[in-house]
Design a protein around this ligand. Structure first.
Ligand code: URA
Length: 239
């Protein structure tokens, strides 16, 4: 693997940024300063040090993104910027695990780990997802019951049981948290529509045990460790 590719892959910046780090002489391979970005690395055996810090190469990378509105959950799109664009132009192998609508904000995991994607998205796994929702209309006890029993959306699909937590009701608006265990297209919006209410703001705040880091501003991301995702996988699945 090329040195610049490896550094970009390990989160040291965009391809352009890491080329500059290499040129400035900050990178050592097996104790020798290397200034060529094309230099070929054996990630399993070479010892690579950047700014006195030894690099641990990981085949798989995981990012937590606080998705802003206006970005599509895809790797490319002809009309809109994608969530992958937010991570940087260097990591073209990563893809979003699951989808948030273009106007939905919040927690999105991106990775190049196809197995994790498969496991998390598998309908059988029923990974829990919590959304903060602002809804036009008053969410009442009857809605709570309907959501618990399973709202019927589309042409007769009965959603799995979900729970609603009403945070505040003010000026004809309801501010709620909903926990769902599946991920159908426009699911939350359709669920509220089914009880005559309109979602005007939607943000995912948790998947399984993994909470959106409150320090991440919209459009910001952080690298996740595999362990964070293992805990996501092992708990909070609907049995
Ligand atoms: N439900 C929706 O309606 N939209 C999303 O983006 C996620 C869940």
């Amino acid at each position: 693997m090329r040195l610049d590719k490896l550094l970009a892959h390990c989160g040291y910046g965009t391809r352009k940024e890491v080329k500059s780090i290499i040129k400035k002489g900050y990178v050592f391979v097996n104790d020798v300063m290397v200034k060529q970005d094309k230099y070929q690395i054996d990630p399993d055996n070479d010892i690579i040090v950047v700014n006195d810090e030894r690099i641990e190469y990981q085949e798989f990378v995981y990012y937590m993104l606080n998705k802003p509105q206006g970005y599509v959950s895809a790797t490319e799109d002809i009309h809109y910027p994608t969530v992958v664009d937010l991570i940087g132009d260097y990591n073209h192998e990563i893809f979003p695990i699951g989808r948030l609508d273009i106007d939905t904000e919040g927690l999105l995991i991106l990775s190049n780990d196809g197995k994790l994607a498969h496991d998390l998205l598998s309908p059988k796994k029923h990974c829990s997802k919590i959304y903060y929702v602002e809804v036009e209309g008053i969410v009442d006890d009857e809605d709570q019951i309907i959501f618990k029993e399973g709202v019927v959306i589309d042409t007769g699909y009965k959603c799995l049981s979900s729970s609603l937590k009403v945070l505040k009701i003010e000026n004809g608006m309801s501010y709620v948290e909903i926990t769902i265990y599946e991920g159908k297209y426009h699911q939350v919006k359709k669920m509220f529509k089914a009880v005559g209410k309109k979602v005007v703001f939607l943000k995912r705040i948790q998947m399984g045990n993994l909470r959106l880091d409150p320090n991440l501003k919209l459009g910001e991301y952080k690298i996740l460790e595999k362990e964070d995702l293992d805990s996501l996988m092992s708990k909070n699945m609907l049995e």
